[in-house]
Design a protein around this ligand. Structure first.
Ligand code: PGA
Length: 249
């Protein structure tokens, strides 16, 4: 199983020329590691077509769940597919928080991404308040099970669906989740998947960690906390730092 390293650029950068510059620099830096690691860049949707001719794989940061129609402002799974996306991030906490995405919406999006033969990256994570109240496990279980409601074993297998643990309190704060805590959560997520589907499904699934990953802590999440990939925000816009992460894990 290749380690999956996903760059989530969020709403950055503000020009196509800058996006190309960052993309090209990452492409150059990542080239050597092609065999052991899978690198995916998720730029803002408006840049996708301009970056689609490159070597590195592309992903969407979000999608709507209908393929076409009167949904002003939305981007559909069919359009992402057309722009060469192979992955789509679904249910990122910024989508859930700022854009009121519910578990039901996340579930619809997961299904629509799978229907277009792309790989969903399902994001789950608790707030700092939920963590303090000891509700982390309960929240994660609810999010995972709701997102995968009526998604068959076959679809999970075929799509290569990944689950990313992104504690909200760790995103963009410089305060990554302690490795031992992350490992416990990784085991919990595996167990949830194993109970819903089967052990082989959970063993073949890639679980990712995201939240203030940098070149200094990246390795811990793979080697100690046993995640099979990383979802990286801030550091993925800095080609040197991002390449360093790819190299170290
Ligand atoms: P961060 O973001 O690496 O900037 O903390 C991670 C994410 O939101 O995916």
């Amino acid at each position: 199983m290749k380690t999956l390293i996903i760059a989530n650029w969020k709403m950055n950068p503000i020009s196509l020329s800058e996006a190309k510059r960052i993309f090209n620099a990452i492409e150059k830096g990542a080239k050597k590691f092609n065999k052991e690691k899978e690198v995916v860049i998720c730029p803002p949707a408006i840049y996708l077509f301009s970056l689609a001719k490159k070597q590195i794989k592309l992903g969407g940061q979000n999608t709507f769940y209908e393929d076409t129609g009167a949904f002003t402002g939305e981007t559909s799974p069919a359009m992402l597919k057309e722009s060469k996306c192979q992955y789509v991030i679904v249910g990122h906490s910024e989508r859930r928080g700022y854009f009121n995405e519910t578990d039901e919406i996340v579930n619809k999006k997961i299904k629509s991404v799978i229907a277009k033969k792309m790989t969903p990256i399902l994001c789950v994570g608790e707030t700092s308040k939920e963590r303090e109240q000891g509700k982390t496990k309960e929240v994660l279980k609810r999010q995972v099970l709701a997102a995968l409601k009526t998604v068959s074993v076959q679809k999970v297998k075929e799509s290569g669906l990944c689950v990313a643990y992104e504690p909200i309190w760790a995103i963009g704060t410089g305060n990554a989740c302690p490795t031992t805590e992350a490992q416990t959560i990784g085991i919990l997520l595996q167990k949830i998947i194993s109970q819903k589907y089967s052990r082989p499904i959970s063993e073949n699934m890639r679980f990712l960690y995201g939240g203030s990953v940098n070149s200094k802590n990246a390795k811990e999440f793979i080697e100690e906390a046993k995640f099979q990939g990383l979802l990286i925000g801030g550091a993925s816009l800095k080609p040197t730092e991002f390449t360093r992460i790819i190299r170290t894990v």
